[in-house]
Ligand binder design. Structure first.
Ligand code: ZN
Length: 491
């Protein structure tokens, strides 16, 4: 088991680092790190990768290289690596990328997609209508919505998923434990959140009484979940964040207490912020402050905080985010569907605000493909900002190393020796990519890939093969999920 702490090199690496630097055909230098010699280790060799886009600090693209991993960690990227491995992938026509990282989702919404009654609504009415369905959540709905939502993410290159779960109906069971179990079945790296709401309709909030809890209940359960599941070590498969729902469904006290508890346990803070003009007006009326100013008074800025959406920030607020390292998860499809607005991503990137990508909940997307999100983000900002828009490669980096930063991780998000082996592969010979791969860095956002990827690898383990989930019975899961979804909606 890897036991070294996040961000620091493995102590053995210093001893064994041979740094066999040699120029590749493309003039790129490869670094080789020798084996740690663990007798029980699992190894993976990916051979002859046509193009490997590393998203590293030097923006390196390797051509015709092998990648070798041991126990989930990349040990070498180089040409003709002479290594025997437990599993070998022939990638001679494949493009290889760091696994995509989703930094905002509500997996439980998987079973409330494409509902005709909410199709023309904006956020507040949309939420009030859907809470009447969501109040019937239980462990079975959570298990199958998590399996199907994360399964779809993985089929489109995602290797780490953050989920913002904030609906805890009384007696619904261990919903977060169920999510972590589903992630283990799939083999995806999972960041769960202990979300929360304590302001129901009778207190001026949006949700019904049956899905809100007291601050005391929420704090006790938050501490329990962090102590049970949070693992901050290098290569961790499980993190917990604290994530009250939004300023209009929680009290100031809940936000304040959440920030204090998160910092005691060194876990991260997340919520929705500046998603709509309705939210801004609500906060001005209730608190006499704009949303970010209100959050700042409660300790909610800093490098351990990231907000979903962040559409309606003004110039000073963007500067505050940059100065404090407070992050933003950009969710373009959801923002378009709910007519919420366009996040000022070009300005954020210019100022140095940490920005990642997310699909948002399945009900406002209505899917779970970060691959689709890449292209929509690219096109949306081209339309809105023309020359100032991020490039296709900028958008890819947002969904990989940018998202990793929001989750507080530097062991994922790039491909290099010493990083986790989280990646995906796409066969460049597929029909829709013919003649389109001259710039592999940007092709995912500019041209886009509609079908499933060929391989997804998480921590050195093949989780998607030939476009299908390799860890669960995909067909049976889909049938079970459809049956449970119908029963849930019929309640
Ligand atoms: Zn959301």
């Amino acid at each position: 088991m890897l036991a070294y702490s996040l961000g620091l090199p493995h102590p053995l690496d210093a001893t064994f680092l041979c740094a066999l630097a040699f120029p590749a055909a493309s003039g790129i230098i490869n670094v080789y790190i020798q084996s740690t010699g663990d007798a029980a280790m699992k190894t993976l060799l990916i051979q002859n990768i046509a193009s490997l886009v590393s998203c590293d600090d030097e923006d390196r693209v390797y051509e015709n290289v092998d990648l070798y991993a041991e126990n989930g960690v990349i040990r070498a990227i180089g040409q003709n690596l002479d290594k025997a491995a437990d599993e070998t992938i022939d990638a001679r026509h494949m493009l290889c990328y760091p696994g995509l990282i989703n930094t905002h989702h509500h997996l439980y919404q998987q079973f409330s997609r494409n509902l005709p009654q909410v199709q023309n609504m904006e956020l507040f009415d949309w939420l009030k209508t859907l809470y009447e369905i969501w109040k019937n959540l239980d462990e079975n709905v959570i298990r199958l919505s998590s399996l199907t939502g994360m399964g779809e993410l993985m089929k489109h290159g995602c290797t780490t998923c953050f989920d913002h779960h904030y609906v805890f109906p009384a007696g619904a069971g261990d919903l977060i434990g169920t999510q972590f179990a589903a992630a283990s079945e799939l083999g995806i790296r999972m960041h769960c959140s202990r979300g929360s709401m304590d302001l129901s309709v009778k207190d001026g909030g949006l949700p019904p009484d049956s899905v809100v809890q007291t601050v005391d209940e929420i704090m006790k359960d938050s501490a329990r979940l962090i102590e049970t599941y949070h693992d901050a070590s290098f290569g961790s498969m499980r993190h917990v964040a604290l994530a009250p729902c939004s300023p209009f469904s929680v009290s100031a006290e809940l936000l304040r207490q959440s920030a204090i508890l998160a910092r005691q346990y060194h876990v991260r803070l997340h919520t929705h912020l500046c998603e709509t003009k309705d939210e801004e007006n609500y906060m001005l009326e209730r608190e006499g402050m704009r949303p970010l100013a209100f959050m700042q008074t409660l300790g909610w800025v800093g490098p351990d905080v990231w907000y979903a959406h962040g559409i309606h920030f003004n110039d000073e607020e963007l500067k505050l985010l940059a100065d404090t390292g407070t992050g933003v998860c950009h969710c373009p499809i959801s923002n378009m569907k709910l007519a919420s607005g366009i996040a000022r991503v070009p300005e954020m990137l210019k100022l140095g605000v940490p920005v990642g990508l997310g699909v948002d909940g399945s009900a406002s997307n209505d899917g779970s493909s970060l691959m689709e999100e890449l292209r929509v983000a690219y096109l949306l900002h081209r339309l809105n900002s023309s020359r100032e828009a991020p490039s296709g490669y900028d958008i890819l980096k947002m969904a990989t190393r940018g998202s990793a930063r929001l989750l507080g991780r530097n062991d994922i998000g790039t491909l290099a020796p010493g990083k986790c082996c989280d990646l995906f592969l796409i066969d460049s010979r597929r029909l829709e990519l013919v003649g389109a791969c001259f710039d592999p860095k940007s092709v995912l956002a500019t041209v886009g890939v509609r079908g499933a990827v060929d391989y997804t690898v998480v921590h050195g383990k093949i989780t998607v093969k030939g476009g299908h989930l390799a860890t669960i019975d995909e067909e049976k899961t889909a049938l079970d999920a459809q049956r449970v979804c119908e029963g849930y909606l019929a309640r």
